[in-house]
Design a protein around this ligand. Sequence first.
Ligand code: F0G
Length: 361
Amino acid sequence: MNLVPKPAYPWPGVIRRYADFLPVTATTPVVTLLEGNTPLVPAPGFVRAIGGKFELYLKYEALNPTCSFKDRGMTMAITKALERGAKAVVCASTGNTSASAAAYAARAGLKCVVLLPEGKIALGKLAQALMYGATTVSIRGNFDDALRIVRELGETGLIEVVNSINPVRIEGQKTAAFEICDALGDAPDFHFLPVGNAGNITAYWRGFSEYLNAGKADTRPRMMGWQAAGAAPIVLGHPVEHPETVATAIRIGNPASWQGALTAASESGGAIRSVTDEEILHAYKLLARTEGLMVEPACAAPLAGLIQAVRAGEIPDGSLVTATMTGHGLKDPDTAIRVAGFEPIVTDATREAVASAIGLS
Ligand code: F0G
């Protein structure tokens, strides 16, 4: 096993870094924004606050070029679309896929169409799709409706689908598991992550498995996937017609990679479970205040799950635990401002007024 990480700089993006594990050749026209190489941030303050005695590292995917993990899969999807001669791409999205598709399509000079559930997209994500110039369609329906329409559009052969039903998306996203193993020198004992359409848990399990088979890791983690209670089809065992959660990124009632999630959980000895919106918002704030890391609400689902698991005594002392923080907190400023718990103090513009307002006088 190679315990020595390769030099991080100059970082060439995930396709060139992990080309041996990806369906590309020397002539593939790589479209990259130099995604990947995101930090694995230790989170001892959070662990202390939840009464754990283990090591926790957060894969901070917020630091990708469009501020979510989607860029790993999108560099592959847009690269392969270009290689096949596509002129236009389309996706359904709860926000992050559309931001990423729009950015990579802009870079490749491809037309991009995104279908979004009207009124259920975090503000920053909508701003991204519009700024990158994607044709943005808000449908009166949810993500599952949008994905159904996108599948139908894809069947015309006139436009390439870049949702994770496109298998190269999963290929790109598995590189996050490689990076975790490269950084730690082996796989962790547990990996926690949010589950929506279930592409990412499928991708991580493939990544950990391929690294084990290639002799680059000695073990694989137990995969712990977390859905929001109001959008927990895999936990319930049936599709949810009207999914609802504050974590709009994972507001999905009929995940495309359902089977992949079940396989990851069962083969790894892990589980797919759910947490309530209240638990999500608690973990969301706790992370910001104990570690100085602001993530979007979906990322707090696995953190809330970790709190559950600690309470249930399921994380042995000394364990090595990793969790994916899939998207940046600034993508959803409305939720942050709504739940932060306080507002700016308005004062006159004098030292005395400020001193009095902050209790210094
Ligand atoms: N976290 C964030 C921030 C997401 O945007 C998503 C999915 C997930 C977790 C769940 O990942 O779908 O692979 O299980 N967002 C998709 C989108 C659905 O359209 O941006 P998953």
